[in-house]
Design a protein around this ligand. Sequence first.
Ligand code: ATP
Ligand code: MG
Length: 290
Amino acid sequence: MFLKKLELFGFKSFADKTEFVFEPGIACIVGPNGCGKSNIVDAVKWCLGDQSPKSLRGDQMTDVIFNGAEGRAALNMAEVTLIFDNEDFALHSEYPEIMVTRRLSRSGESEYLINKRPARLKDVRELFLDTGVGVQAYSIVEQGRIASLLSANSVERRVVFEEAAGISKYKARRNEAMRKLERVEANLLRVTDIIEEVNRQLRSTKRQAGIARRYREHLDSIRDMRLALSARNYEQAREKERQFRDRFEEVDGMIESQSTQLDELGTVVRDTEIEMMRVEHDISDFRERL
Ligand code: ATP
Ligand code: MG
């Protein structure tokens, strides 16, 4: 794997589209002070995803866009493309040639492309993890970097050694896994809260269900009692009706026997009257004869 080509357009002092073609072996860029040698290194770092304007020797990211020179108006966009030979598949990709592009517009719109297809910064970083290529890696040693590496503390130096040893990929994965774990823990906490809330609702619902059940039981027993009461009232009414009927029949019998007696007495009275009339007739007969 090696860097085959670098294309610059609108990046720092490179207002015109500029190409650097590198052959295998050592390439050297020579020029007077301020001609833009370090800008080339900045372009490589920037394209690999450098997020620090300071490390790119500016105040803000848009400072990398060509901002005008004598007789040249400023541009609105910067674009850098790195083309790597990947015949040995040292980079994490199945393609034998890899093209990485970064673009930035003055409005702040930024994009990355891998082989002309939109990609995330993460994809670009993963492509170069543990290959020695990268912003944090040891492949770019700029002006003053050797001095700072020698005077760096052990933690800072460790980053360079870890990249060389090829373990930074696993470290990055571990960090991501830890972040995921934290998210899962936060979710778990939320789920526990929700379970607690649902349990509270369940308890209150159970209480309400108990009250409703007791209400229904009471309602049932009231209905049973009402039925029993009605049945008893009905029985009592029937009993009274029977008694009244008996009484009525009794009185009816009495009335019948009384009226028979009355009829008999009527006959006796009539007979007696007839007898009386005959006796009176006899008396008046006697009187006449007398
Ligand atoms: P030295 O040999 O001193 O290290 P160098 O060749 O590394 O010099 P650079 O630092 O790469 O030079 O280039 C500096 C030049 O780039 C300056 O002339 C500066 O004006 C120009 N430059 C930097 N940023 C921009 C920009 N955004 N637009 C236009 N020109 C820029
Ligand atoms: Mg320089």
